[in-house]
Structures are given as C-alpha cells and as structure tokens.
Unconditional design. Structure first.
Lengths: 224, 472
C-alpha cells in the first residue's frame, strides 16, 4: 500500500515509517498540515494517517478541505485526545477511523488495512466463502464442508465481520467496536473467550484451521 | 470595590425614580382638582352676578333711578359685611353712573377703564375700593373683581363686581397642599429607598465577603442564608450549591493528580526494571525479547489506568452529558451476551432476568461500561461453581439494574471503602485490575443521578443501580 503519514512528531513519524515499511508498505511523511494537504492532493495514496494536532492546519480542517475537493482517500485519525466525543467529531469530519495515542503498532496497521481495503472492495455479497466455510447472510446460516454449524446471533456477527475482512488482521478493540458497539476497554479478555468459542465451533472438526491468533495484535481469518 | 454607596444602589435609585413619578402624578392630580374647582366657582360667581344685575335692572324698572341709587348705596355698606361674615362669595362691589360715567352711588370710586359701558362684559379689572371693606387691608388696596356691566334705559351704567379673594385663597391652599404632598412623597421615597438599599447592600456584602474569603483560598466558606425564603436566600442557596460543586471538582482534580502520581509510580518502576533487565549484559536474545514484551504490557497497563482515571474525572466533572433515550433492555442483553461467555469459561452459572421494553435517559456507552465493570467484578470474584445474575426490573420508582453473585461478598463495614478510587480490598489483591472498575461505575451512577448500592446477597454481593423513571 502507498501511505502518507501526516504527523508533526518526528519520532512517532519515524517509528510509523519503519513499521509500515517492514510490513511491506510504502510510506511517506509530511510534518505540517499544509504540506500534508498538498501531498495528499498531488498523489493518489491508499490511505492517510493524520494527526489531529498539526502545525499550520489542524487534522480536522485538513481532512475537511480534502473531502471538499472530492478526494475520498481513506483517513485514519491519530490523536492524543481519546474522548468518545473527539472520536465522533473525527468521524463526522470525514475520517474513516480513529486511534488514540499511545497505540500498539499492530492496532494501527490492522486499522489502516481495513480502511484502505474498504474502498477497494466490491459491494459485499450475500454469500461469503472462505475455503470450505460458507455463510449465507440472508438465511443467517453457516456451513463448513457442507455441515451446518449452529451459531448464536453474536457469534454469527463475529464470524461475519471476520469473513468480510478475510486475510486481514482484526484487533480485539476493533471487534469490540464493530461487533458489540462498545467504545471502551472491558478490562478483561472477554473477546478472547468469545473467539475461542467461535473457534471451537468453526475449526474443531477440521484439520485446517481458518481462524488464527496473531500474537500481540489480534485475530485473522484466512484461507489455509 | 467592596463598599457600595447607598445612593448608588439599585433599590435607592428605583425608589427615587418611583418617588419622582409619584410626585408628577400628585402634581397632575392637584392641577385637575384646582382647575375643576376654580372653574366651578367661577361659574357660580358669574351666575350670582348675573342674577343680581337682573334684579337691580328690574328694581330700576319699578322704582326708577332714585330707588336704585338708594338700594345700591345701602348694599355698598351692608351687603359686603354680611357676605364676608357668612364667608361665602366675598364682598360685592357696586357702581352706578350716569351717561358720562360719573359716580351716582356704589362702593367703587371710578368706572374701570377696561370695561366699556355698553352691554355685558366679563373682565377682571383692578380697581380701587372707595369704601373701607372688611377683609381689605387698606383703602387703596388693589384687588381683583369679576364684574358685569349693563347699560340701563336712560343711559345709566351699572356695574356689579365680586371680589376674587376666595379664588386666590383657594389657589394658595391647593398650591401649599401640592408642595406638601410632593415633599412627603420625596421624603418617603428617600427614606424607603435608603432603608431597602441598606438591607440589600448588607446582604450582598455577605456574599462579597464570602467571595473574598474563597478567593483568598478557603473553599469551605459558604454564604450565610437567613431562611426568609426570599430571592436572596434562593440566590445564596444556588451559589452555595455551586460552591460545593466547585469544591468537589477541585477536590476531585487534586485527588486525580495525587492518584496518578501515586498509582503510576509502581507500574512505572516495573517498566523501568524491565527495560534495565533487557539491557543487562548476561541477558540473551530470548530474555531480552521477553523483557521488552513485558515492558510493552506494562505500558499498556499504565495507559489503561490513565484512561480510566481520566474518564472517571471526566464523568465526575459532568462532561459527556449528551443524553439520549437508552434501551436498557438492549444494553443489558448486550452486556450479558458479552460476559456470559466469560462466566461459562470460569465455570460460573450465569443467568439473566431482563424485563422487556425498558427505556431510560442517559449515555449508552457509559451505562454499558458501568454494567460491564460490575459483571466483570462479579465474575472475577466469584469462585468456579458459583452463580452470577444480571437483572433489570422496572418499578414505580424507576429502573433497577442489579448484578448479583454468591461469591465472598463485601462485609458491610467495608462497602463504603470499596467504592473509593484505587481501593482494592485484600481479597482482591491477587486479581488483575486497577481498582477503578467500581469507581467508574459509581461515577457513572452519580452522573445519571442514580445511586449505586452494595447489599448483602446472602451469600455474596448485590450491586444495584436505580435509575429514576423518565419524566417526559
């Protein structure tokens, strides 16, 4: 992916550049709001990582400006303001996702990949398939190698989210936000418990597991 | 600027303004009374003069000029006395002249120049009295007359006049009364305004005094209330409530700062220790990696604690009050759904009793988080084989959410302490967590005007949140 990091803190920017390059992406850096806006408009990036507080032009105004010119490049806001309100304001102003500092790099990477691919992906179909796992989103039924699997409503949504983001790493926080609609940290490993239940139902009787735990990041559902 | 001059007070200014207004009104009233009285009196006098003139004209017709002369001469000496004794219309003045205006009889020496002798004329001439009259100081006294003049057959001229002293007197009386009334109103306004102003100033100075003390740093000061249930008491009680709130916030800010300093010290120490371990000479690659991994986990813990402290402080400060209708049934089902798996994993029997279609007003995220924390705690402290339940009940008094367990519970004397920030009762030291879960639930409860109560579940603990009913 081609990414642009608009961040005034040199150290954070360097750390992000290094991490993204090691993950096989091309990352560029702009240190001020106006520079960032100019670069974002000049080149077609797959996603922008924008700090809220920037010299010259703040992140919100930058993205508003960008959107007003018809540019739809996905934006991940990065901020020291971790409030739910700030998150809402960020999303209302054209951001696609929001991440509070300090963050784990894996969390950032997972989120950037999701928003970057959301744009590229065709409209999701009613039937999802990953290897021999099949989901009918209308009938709300799931089959593995033709065998029907009974899932509870929440488990179904969890699996649906994983299948819609097949091959991508999804973090616990993302699952909590997207599947449960919670924007807070529930202290304990509740998500892990749910994932292990889902895993039991999906992978237990199969030689080839589809759901993988990504250490230090989260989970990934992918073709064997 | 603590001293307020009495004359500068609003009460005094209003009183004076009002007194001025009343003065104008008084003057207007008296003016109307004066005008009506005078004009009526004048009409009466005029009618009297006309009647007298007519009578004298008739007398002339009957008795001729000599009869009229005699009558007028008599009237000039007696009538005036009688009239002024009785005190009504005042002394009458008469003058009968020949065709050359030479006096034939009467109390006036000379025909007034301002009256032409022909027909009738209403004037107020100044003429000299010929005869000494009671009520007139000197012979040459100038006085006003209301007079009527007629020309009789035979070219005699007759003038009958009426002194207007009465009118002048009345005018003076009314003027004096007006001045007295105006003075009275002004004095009353001044004194009243000063009194009211002084009492207002006194009570405001109590407020200002309190403000001074508070600005000097003593946040415990309150404005004295006088229990009169007046607007000043209402203001004082509102301001006192505000001061209490400010004091609470200041205290909470101070606590947060202290807690941050205190509670982050140990994880930061551990973090530093891990980093040093990674740098130790005899550490191999695997150990280094492990130490760094632990350092990251420690950092995450610090961030989580910091976030929890900040979000409690934020909730307590009253921010995040964007309230909407919250479907409590859904909130409880969601929370149960999330934590049920956790309970089962631990071998705890999890049940729910959630009423349908229960709605309250509040912040969904915060309420979810509070219920989540309570469930998390209950599951954490209940041993395997125990039971945890979540209930939502709609009562007349409101909506009650309860998390019940049959774990060890909290002894009654420790319940208050358990709600304090960072307090982790001894039994819980071995469990992971930052000791902020219950504090956050309590802060959320307070923000929603709700009580978080801890009760004995015999055995175990029962934590309830009672939301007031929606007042639409």
């Amino acid at each position: 992916m081609q990414l642009l990091i608009i961040e005034d803190d040199a150290e954070t920017a360097a750390y992000l550049m290094k991490g993204l390059q090691e993950s096989g992406h091309v990352a560029e850096h702009a240190a001020t709001g106006p520079d960032g806006l100019q670069q974002a408009q000049a080149f077609g990036y797959d996603a922008l990582i924008v700090d809220r507080m920037l010299p010259g032009l703040d992140g919100l105004s930058l993205v508003r400006e960008l959107r007003s010119t018809g540019n739809t490049t996905p934006v991940l806001f990065l901020t020291a303001l971790a409030d739910v309100d700030d998150r809402v304001i960020g999303l209302q102003n054209g951001g696609d996702d929001y991440l509070a500092k300090p963050f784990a790099f894996a969390e950032l990477l997972a989120r950037v990949q999701v928003i970057a691919r959301r744009r590229a992906a065709p409209a999701p179909e009613m039937t999802l398939r990953v290897a021999d796992l099949e989901m009918d989103r209308l009938k709300r039924s799931v089959k593995r190698t033709g065998q029907s699997i009974a899932l509870q409503a929440r488990e179904f949504r969890l699996l649906e989210y994983l299948m819609l983001h097949v091959g991508q790493v999804v973090t616990r926080t993302m699952l909590l936000e997207q599947v449960w609609g919670y924007h807070f940290d529930p202290q304990t490993n509740v998500i892990d418990v749910h994932m292990s239940r889902l895993r039991t139902k999906i992978d237990k009787h199969s030689a080839q597991p589809l759901i993988h735990t990504i250490r230090g990041a989260g989970y990934c559902l992918r073709e064997p | 600027m603590n001293q307020i001059r009495l004359v500068d007070t609003t009460a005094f200014r209003l009183a004076m303004r009002y007194a001025g207004f009343v003065c104008l009104l008084t003057i207007a009233c008296f003016a109307v009374i004066y005008w009506v009285t005078i004009s009526q009196l004048q009409t009466q006098i005029d009618a009297g003069l006309r009647a007298e003139t007519a009578a004298l004209t008739r007398l002339y017709g009957l008795k001729g000029i000599s009869g009229l002369r005699q009558t007028i001469a008599a009237l000039s000496t007696t009538k005036g006395m009688a009239a002024s004794d009785s005190g009504d219309a005042g002394p009458r003045q008469y003058l009968l002249t020949d065709s050359h205006y030479a006096s034939l009889a009467g109390s006036l020496s000379k025909w007034p120049e301002s009256i032409s002798g022909v027909g009738m004329a209403w004037v107020t001439p100044r003429i000299k009295a010929q005869h000494k009259q009671p009520g007139l100081d000197t012979e040459h006294h100038h006085f006003e007359l209301r007079a009527v003049a007629v020309t009789l057959p035979g070219d005699y001229h007759l003038l009958v006049g009426q002194s207007l002293d009465e009118l002048t007197e009345l005018r003076n009386t009314i003027l004096a009364l007006t001045i007295a009334a105006v003075l009275l109103v002004l004095i009353a306004g001044f004194v009243g305004g000063a009194l009211v102003g002084r009492s207002v100033v006194r009570r405001l100075q109590a407020v200002m005094h309190t403000a001074d003390t508070i600005m000097a740093g003593d946040l415990t000061q309150r404005i004295p209330e006088e229990h009169r249930r007046d607007e000043f008491d209402a203001l004082a009680s509102k301001l006192n409530a505000m001061l209490t709130r400010i004091e609470q916030l200041m205290k909470s800010t101070r606590e947060v700062t202290e807690n941050v300093a205190h509670d982050l010290r140990s994880p930061l120490t551990r973090l530093r220790g891990r980093a040093e371990m990674a740098l130790m000479k005899n550490a191999d690659a695997v150990r280094q990696r492990e130490a760094l991994q632990k350092a990251i986990e420690e950092t995450d813990g610090i961030v989580a604690t910091l976030n929890a402290i900040l979000s409690i402080a934020q909730i307590e400060s009253g921010a995040r009050r964007e309230w909407t209708a919250v479907d409590m049934t859904a909130v409880c089902h969601d929370a149960a759904d999330l934590y049920e798996a956790l309970a089962e994993e631990k071998g705890i029997h999890f049940t729910t009793g959630i009423s349908e279609a229960v709605t309250i007003r509040g912040n969904r995220q915060l309420i979810s988080q509070a219920i989540g924390n309570l469930l998390d705690n209950a599951i954490k402290y209940t041993p395997a084989g125990g039971a945890v339940s979540l209930t939502l009940v709609k009562q007349d008094k409101g909506v009650v959410v309860s998390v019940n367990d049959n774990g060890p519970g909290i002894p009654a004397e420790l319940r208050e302490r358990a709600l304090q920030r960072f307090v982790r009762l001894d039994v819980s030291r071995s469990q992971p967590g930052n000791g902020l879960g219950l504090s956050l639930a309590k802060a959320v409860a307070e923000q929603h005007n709700t009580v978080l109560s801890l009760d004995d579940n015999r055995p175990g603990l029962r934590i309830s949140l009672s939301f007031p009913p929606i007042t639409a």
